[in-house]
Write a protein that binds this ligand. Structure first.
Ligand SMILES: Nc1ncnc2c1ncn2[C@@H]1O[C@H](COP(=O)(O)OP(=O)(O)OP(=O)(O)O)[C@@H](O)[C@H]1O
Ligand SMILES: [Mg+2]
Length: 519
């Protein structure tokens, strides 16, 4: 039975958007149902962000019409979108690093008093209220540059909350958040629904979508290939439509690393808070652990647990205040990124915009830049290797000589991984290795990482996703407030155990997502 049209608040009809060499939207008709969470899902490069950018006035379509409450509207700019009550939290965050949180939340729409003065007092109060609503009260005068990726994602959300919106588009809002933050966000989404807001929600985390979504639309290669209410949707329904394959989920194979030699040994490592600013940095104290040859060690922790700081220190991006790092028993001095690379340690960073990709370079240059660093240049060999990795990682790139920014978000993430794999490090560090990567490609990345481990590479990854931690790790250490709170062998890891170990003990209100469907 089709749902009555009156339920549709926003409709994009027959949308076409072409980029050179690509049809990102190929006659897409998408409906957002009033007061519902409308899920839009599809593989990396399917056209989801493009469609949302069109609805939010960031880009214009080549063809197609947008209807709000049944009337055609023009959405030629973000401002025009916001006059219609349409707001977006972009996949690639747009927090301005030099402004403080409150300035960021009101950037471009400053509150004014006496006709001319920016009303900073009211901005600060409203900003704080929005952050508090997201259960992340942070000092509103903190400079955004000092925030972690997850905290910046929360600022983006606070920005849309502070402005009020009738239709709120969230393009992968949880990609840098961990379970407690996601739980808060979901409560806010529920509250927004109750107060009459319609949500359009994009994510690759299927369990979240199944928990949250009311209505589902699946995009594949710029076309709608499925549309159904939640009652008719299952995990397999989604995966089959996304990829045309059934059950692309990763199967955990049970090949254990042998009791092999210790490759990386971290002894009593501590990092000082770099700026004395609590909202920005979590220090790490007195952390010791080992990674064996061929082992995949997972580091699980909530936002602010110190997980990113820890891997950054090992990769030479951050100075340690105490402790020692040994590689193959020998003490190594890691004071800089080149030090780490020379020792054979490489990091795939969490924030591909800030620390990773160089937007002006091509896909190939982004992939090969670390491998050519200071060594000889063998363009033919490098290009061949880059092409092979594009194939192995299934990177949807038509031409490696195009700028890396022409790739969709998930494919950019795969380029970063490819860059590190080109150098064949002996220790590979990954901070949120599949942030924004679709479910099929995730399985592929897990398979590749396991293969690399089976060939002797030692891998350490952080993840805010319990599902990912369980799928990939041979062993898990849990960080909480900068210290190791627990360690589990893969057979002992459960959602409850990880969550309990990762949560600060007293006064926490967060609980795991209740009623989340099992996968
Ligand atoms: N500025 C651009 N120039 C050229 N091609 C682009 C540009 N932006 C997007 N594309 C292409 O359009 C297609 C759709 O990209 P889009 O970003 O909408 O995908 P997506 O579904 O959001 O994927 P992801 O899950 O990886 O975020 C991709 O093939 C992408 O390479
Ligand atoms: Mg996208």
């Amino acid at each position: 039975m089709s749902e009555p049209q009156v339920d549709v608040i926003l409709e994009a009809c027959n949308m076409v958007k072409r980029y050179p060499g690509t049809i990102a939207l190929n006659d897409v008709t998408f409906r957002a149902h009033r007061n519902k969470v409308n899920v839009l899902i599809g593989e990396n490069g399917a056209g989801k962000s493009t469609l949302m950018r069109v609805l939010a006035g960031v880009e214009s379509a080549d063809q197609g019409c947008i209807y709000l409450n049944g009337s055609a509207i023009a959405v030629r700019s973000p401002l025009e979108a916001s006059t219609h009550g349409i707001a977006i939290v972009h996949q690639e965050l747009s927090v301005l690093p030099n402004l403080d949180l409150s300035e960021n939340i009101f950037a471009g729409r400053e509150l004014v008093k006496s006709g001319v003065f920016v009303d900073r007092g009211s901005q600060d109060v409203q900003s704080y209220a929005a952050l508090e609503r997201l259960r992340k009260p942070m000092p509103v005068k903190t400079q955004a540059a000092r925030l972690s990726l997850g905290a910046r994602q929360i600022v983006e959300l606070a920005r849309t909350l502070a402005h009020g919106a009738k239709v709120l588009i969230l393009d992968e809002p949880t990609s840098a958040l961990s379970m407690a933050e996601v739980d808060s966000l979901f409560r806010v989404i529920d509250e927004l629904k109750q107060s009459g807001v319609t949500i359009i929600y994009i994510s690759h985390r299927l369990h979240e979508l199944l928990h949250l979504g009311d209505h589902f639309t699946v995009l594949r290669s710029g076309r709608v290939v499925g549309e159904a209410p939640r009652a008719d949707v299952s995990r397999d329904w989604i995966v089959e439509r996304m990829s045309g394959r059934v059950n692309a989920a990763a199967d955990r194979d049970h090949i254990k690393p042998s009791k092999s030699a210790t490759v990386l040994s971290v002894e009593r490592l501590s990092l000082a808070a770099s700026s004395g600013d609590e909202a920005a940095q979590a220090p790490v104290h007195d952390v010791s652990f080992k990674v064996r040859q061929g082992e995949i060690l997972g580091v699980y922790g909530l936002l602010g647990s110190g997980r990113t700081e820890l891997v950054e220190a090992l990769a030479g991006c951050r100075k340690k205040s105490a402790g020692m790092i040994r590689l193959h028993e020998k003490i190594v001095r890691i004071e800089s990124v080149p030090d780490a690379m020379n020792a054979g340690i490489m990091l795939v960073p969490e924030d591909r915009q800030r620390d990773g990709l160089i937007p002006d370079l091509t896909i190939r240059e982004n992939m090969t830049m670390a491998a050519t660093r200071g060594l000889f240049l063998n363009r033919t060999k490098e290009t061949a290797r880059a092409k092979q990795l594009v194939k192995d990682l299934n990177i949807a790139a038509r031409n490696l000589e195009l700028p890396v920014t022409t790739l969709s978000g998930g494919n950019q993430q795969k380029v970063l991984l490819a860059r590190c794999l080109m150098c064949s490090p002996s220790v590979l560090l990954l901070d949120e290795p599949t942030r924004g990567v679709d479910v099929g490609a995730k399985a592929e990345i897990y398979r590749i990482l396991r293969h690399l481990a089976s060939q002797g590479m030692s891998i350490l990854f952080t993840s805010s996703e319990i599902e990912e931690t369980r799928a990939l790790a041979d062993r898990v250490i849990v960080l909480c407030q900068g210290g190791i709170a627990a360690e589990f062998a893969d057979s002992e890891v459960t959602d409850e155990a990880l969550f309990a170990a990762a949560s600060p003990t007293v006064g926490t209100t967060a609980t795991p997502l209740s009623g989340m469907p099992a996968l």
